[in-house]
Design a protein around this ligand. Structure first.
Ligand code: AMP
Length: 317
């Protein structure tokens, strides 16, 4: 199986209460690809400027990521994001966004990228997401976005949402996109637009999965599942947590043959949670870049133990 992802490939300047970095490798497609690389063959699509050095390509390749669809634009500048977090690490404050080479980007996917089984449209201008969707025949597709695009490109974002199978966004963004304050109703409104699954990311509180598959859990013909964030005492930089979650989630689904039954979706939620938790322990890609599969599986088992519920007797007496 193989996975194609389009999204920002960037440099980030980030300040949190626990430190700062002036220029580090980042971008939604980068965080996504690193997380997914533990499970499957992943191919990021997008442009970079000539400020994007061989060492950055080398880091991606050291994780087995296929980099042929990363296009280097001579004389161009890579996407740049500057942001900070105050005491509440769940809220990112954007100070500067420079699209750079993404401003003129016209995606042309290689044959291998077009042939991927799974496609993820990570956060970027929604028209670009749609252009990539139109070129890729993937049987399963997902999409992430952010408040900026809901504010300035809502119509094209709604069109893009209607063309994918699974929406993965922050809970506040689902509410903003649908105008529904209740999350379950908001997820239902998204599924009425086309997707058959919605993942609501909730920062340190974890993530919730809604599907429109027949199920008995919610009583309205769909299923529901949620996991907490993995409890950590040291969180330094939440940048890329959502993308790492999505990379773990879609990477695991693709790597297990695209099996979308409820049990596999729940396991994928677990791997997404685990990859996001490693990501936030250090700045940018620092922690995930030196992560090993064994550490991932160990944390996955710990998460399974701490969320065990069904195996308990229903009553105490
Ligand atoms: P996350 O913390 O998972 O929401 O993602 C943060 C990443 O998204 C950073 O590495 C940024 O480079 C990237 N990013 C920030 N703003 C944008 C934007 N407007 N479009 C695309 N990517 C962005």
């Amino acid at each position: 199986m193989a996975l194609t992802v389009v999204g920002s490939i960037a440099f980030d300047a980030v300040k949190t209460p626990f430190g700062e970095r002036e220029r580090m490798l980042g971008g939604a497609a980068v965080h996504f690809s690193l997380a997914a690389s533990f499970f499957t063959e992943v191919r990021p699509v997008g442009p970079v400027g000539d400020d994007f050095g061989d060492e950055h390509i080398g880091l991606l390749e050291s994780r087995g990521i296929l980099t042929e669809d990363i296009e280097r634009v001579e004389g161009g500048q890579s996407f740049f994001w500057r942001g900070h977090y105050d005491f509440d690490l769940n809220v990112a404050h954007t100070d500067d966004t420079q699209l750079g080479v993404f401003g003129e980007f016209e995606p042309k996917l290689s044959d291998a990228a077009k042939a991927a089984d799974t496609l993820f449209l990570a956060n970027i201008q929604p028209d670009l997401q749609r252009q990539v969707r139109a070129q890729c025949g993937a049987g399963f597709s997902g999409l992430d976005s952010m408040n900026l695009w809901i504010e300035i490109a809502k119509d094209s974002l709604l069109a893009a949402v209607g063309e994918v199978d699974c929406l993965v966004v922050n809970d506040a963004e689902i509410r903003m996109l649908t105008g529904e304050s209740n999350l379950a109703r908001a997820a239902r409104a998204v599924m009425d637009m086309g997707p058959r699954a919605v993942v609501a990311k909730r920062g340190e509180y974890g993530a919730a999965l809604f599907t429109s598959e027949p199920g008995t859990d919610t009583g309205d013909g769909g299923t529901f599942f949620a996991l907490p964030g993995f409890p950590l005492e040291d969180v330094r930089d939440p940048t890329g947590a959502g993308d790492s979650f999505a990379g773990g989630f879609f990477g695991y689904l693709d790597g297990t043959g695209g099996d979308l039954d409820e049990a596999n979706l729940r396991r994928a939620m677990g791997y997404g949670t685990v990859l996001a938790s490693f990501n936030v322990e250090e700045f940018g890609t620092e922690r995930v870049a030196r992560l090993g599969r064994e550490e991932i599986d160990e944390r996955f088992e710990a998460l399974r133990r701490m969320t065990q519920f069904e195996g308990l007797p229903a009553r105490r007496d």
